[in-house]
Write a protein that binds this ligand. Structure first.
Ligand code: SAM
Ligand code: SF4
Length: 462
């Protein structure tokens, strides 16, 4: 078979970015050639997200577009990968444009599925039949082999990589589809994770982000000993070449929390950044969401984090308009957000997801216009705090890992001759824009902050 070209389009979270990078790596090894152009591609793979309905609608509209392209290119193979593939299975396969449907657990089979699609010209479905059952030892081994065999550089940031600490989730928050599409929690063996980070360091990776849906609850029992996330961070800190370690996302829980904060305080490579979604500030809504904490207890957790790591930057997630959310419940969320003083928050309107307990048992009672009003109000409250926190950086020097050219063009950031605008991130995940040479991409740089906006710092290279 001559080298077929593959275009991969990715929707969704960091976990999906990692899956996309793994797929790209595996396909390159299997002698497919990656292309940025859909028009030239023999294969188009769409890595999908099911967390909100909107994400699925975008995929469906993209498939509509591909159906159109396939009229003039009937040999083009289209694969739908990931969470939406697992959720919709054969219904998606019925779509005129789709040749392959492949769930997250079946990603290691992707090169074979493509070869079969070309050789036999048949539609192929590869998803897990009983997703809520624990993955078998066999499946775990296949996933582990796949995971550790490939280099997983993020193309956008040449020196940063994601490393999975755990797959799946056991939490079953009432609104969330993740446990139904990614299956139960499985933690990878610490030695596999550390070996992988060592290999990445030897390839020039400087920043590693450990991933898990509730990454702070990572635990792996080996003989008498239980390894937790703090142990992983501690061991990874010893790896030469690795300079920054981050981890996302955390679930508000005190299990291992002290240990994680302590390693953050003690190990200079562990970035002082914590993404700890609260979702709501109303205890009634938190209970209905099946989140196992109260608003007051959550704020105590933040206070503890700030006592142990004074410079910690904290990010949050919120859902507005969850079934039954009254004006009073929403006001409690605004209050919590203000008290938490997040550096930024990801705020979403509740989106009913088929099969989740909220969708089965609760009516989507909050009207769309009320959800819209609440999201705007919460975003405005967050913007004010983000703006105040950003201003603290004025005149200060920050260390950034340079990602590359800034996608947006910003005015007024100080003139640095002919150098283009670059973008990078600080250890605490602030976005920094400055002028510099493109060759800085993937390197660390020092920038003096001269102007700020709520979500971006602007400055000059020192
Ligand atoms: N595991 C992480 C956690 O527990 O926070 C994140 C999981 S989810 C992929 C990312 C965010 O999407 C959640 O924190 C939540 O705010 C939001 N989300 C999940 N399900 C949602 C839904 N049905 N409607 C709106 N937002 C949702
Ligand atoms: Fe979804 Fe809750 Fe698991 Fe996060 S912890 S992935 S929100 S079920």
């Amino acid at each position: 078979m001559s080298a077929k070209t593959v275009h991969i389009k990715s929707f969704g979270c960091q976990m999906n970015k990692l899956d996309t990078a793994l797929m790209a790596s595996a396909l390159t090894k299997a002698e497919f050639a990656l292309t940025d152009s859909v028009k030239e591609a023999d294969v188009v793979l769409i890595n999908t997200c099911s967390v909100r309905e909107h994400a699925e609608q975008r995929v469906l509209s993209h498939l509509g577009h591909l159906k159109h392209i396939k009229k003039s290119r009937p040999d083009m193979v289209v694969g739908v990968i990931g969470c939406m593939a697992q959720r919709l299975g054969d219904k998606l396969l019925e779509h005129e444009a789709v040749n392959i449907v492949c769930g997250p657990t079946q990603i290691p089979q992707i090169a074979d599925l493509l070869k079969q699609a070309f050789e036999k010209n048949e539609k192929r479905l590869a998803v897990t039949e009983k997703i809520l059952q624990k993955t078998t030892e066999n499946q775990n081994q296949t996933l582990e082999r796949f995971e550790s065999a490939y280099g997983i550089e993020d193309k956008k940031i040449p020196s940063q990589a994601y490393v999975r600490a755990m797959r799946g989730c056991n939490n079953f928050c009432a609104y969330c589809i993740v446990p139904y599409v990614r299956g139960p929690e499985v933690c990878r063996a610490p030695e596999a994770i550390i070996e992988q980070i060592k290999r990445l360091a030897s390839q020039g990776i400087k920043q590693v982000t450990l991933l898990g849906q509730t990454v702070n609850s990572y635990k792996y029992k080996k003989g008498e000993r239980t390894y937790c996330l703090a142990d992983l961070l501690d061991a990874a800190s010893d790896i030469e070449g690795i300079e920054w370690l981050k981890f996302v996302t955390s679930y508000p829980s005190d299990e291992f929390f002290d240990e994680i904060l302590q390693v953050m305080a003690d190990a200079p490579k562990v970035c002082n950044y914590l993404h700890l979604p609260a979702q709501s500030g109303s205890d009634k809504i938190l209970h209905a969401m099946n989140r196992h904490y109260s608003a007051a207890w959550y704020l105590e957790l933040l206070a503890k984090a700030r006592t142990t790591v004074p410079s910690i930057a904290i990010a949050g997630d919120f859902i507005v308009g969850f079934p039954g959310e009254t004006e009073d419940d929403f006001n409690k969320t605004v209050e919590l957000l203000k008290k938490a003083r997040y550096r930024n928050s990801f705020i979403f309107k509740y989106s009913p997801r088929p099969g989740t307990t909220a969708d089965k048992r609760l009516q989507d009672t909050v009207p769309a216009n009320v959800k819209q009003k609440r999201i705007a109000e919460l975003l405005a409250a967050q913007e004010k705090i983000s703006d105040q926190l950003s201003r603290d950086f004025l005149g200060k020097e920050v260390k950034v890992l340079v990602e590359g050219l800034s996608k947006k063009s910003h005015s007024n950031i100080g003139d640095s001759g002919d150098n283009p605008q670059l973008v990078g991130r600080t250890a605490t995940d602030y976005i920094v824009v400055f002028n510099g040479q493109v060759s800085l991409a993937g390197q660390f740089a020092k920038v003096k902050i001269t102007r700020t906006s709520p979500l971006t710092l602007f400055g000059e290279l020192i």
